[in-house]
Write a protein of this length. Structure first.
Length: 266
């Protein structure tokens, strides 16, 4: 079984380069922001960071395919790098420090492409999280200065902390009733949003998080980090991994009950 540690080290190199590019334009008064066809914002920093990562991948991993939020899919084969240059662009353009570059390596297997390496780098928070299949999940400033991550052992919803992004997506899908029932059942709720609650699930500081509509690049890195920390990452349909177009992550002990609430329709 491959150990993926060389790929993990390279993913850190990619994240270092992206961090330098994104932090260089964070809070810039002349930052250029456009609206994409799906009505979400994209900044010049999103594009520059993805171009930088793609350039390094082309030089160092020319046989690997690349899928990125801004420039789509390029290449074919059993290995695919999945890139979200800035997860949390709305925060980025408003000067809120909760945003990150998400980098994942996915490899083809019997169940399709699955993430085997993930790095989530949030330079404005001074935080980075990472994982490689079979090697656990970690957080720290570098590979040599890191702490291993473990999900919580909370086993009752009434003791659980639940994180989410917003209410509108749940309402649009007719899931708001079950979602609100869940918020009344758990101990605490907070709308942290984007990558951060998944990292807090991996760290054990949050027990549950979910989002009703996502793309692969929003989830791939998060999925491997949560699972390598001992947690469970599925779609709302219960399918393991980042392929369902939505996500539910937990410490594993609460997952089935958690999904039951999120799949209640009104």
């Amino acid at each position: 079984m491959p150990d993926y540690l060389d790929d993990l080290r390279f993913a850190h190199v990619l994240a270092d380069a992206a961090d330098a590019a994104t932090m260089g334009r964070f809070k810039a008064l002349d930052l250029k922001v456009e609206t994409k066809p799906d009505m979400t914002p994209v900044s010049e920093a999103d594009k520059a960071a993805e171009e930088l990562i793609r350039g390094q991948l082309q030089r160092a991993r020319p046989r690997d395919a690349v899928l990125g939020e801004e420039y789509g899919i390029e290449g074919t084969g059993p290995r695919r790098w999945v890139i979200d240059p800035i997860d949390g662009t709305k925060n980025y353009v408003r000067g809120v420090p909760v945003w990150a570059t998400l980098i994942s390596l996915m490899e083809a297997g019997e169940t399709g492409f699955q993430p085997v390496v993930g790095v989530v780098s949030a330079p404005a928070l001074g935080r980075r999280w990472w994982a490689a299949q079979g090697h656990g999940a970690f957080s720290g400033r570098s590979l040599s200065s890191a702490s291993r991550l473990h999900v919580s052992r909370v086993s009752k919803l009434s003791d659980a902390s639940f994180a989410y992004s917003s209410l509108t997506g749940w309402e649009d899908q007719g899931r708001l009733g079950g979602f609100l029932d869940l918020t009344r059942e758990v101990w605490r709720t907070r709308a942290y949003g984007d990558f951060w609650p998944y990292m807090m699930v991996a760290e054990g500081s949050v027990d549950l998080c979910a989002e009703p509509e996502l793309s692969l690049w929003d989830m791939a890195a998060n999925a491997i980090i949560v699972t390598e920390a001992g947690g469970t990452f599925t779609g709302l349909d219960g399918r393991p991994g980042p392929h369902s177009g939505n996500a539910a992550a937990s410490n594993g002990l609460l997952h089935d009950e958690f999904l039951g609430y999120l799949n209640e329709r009104t």
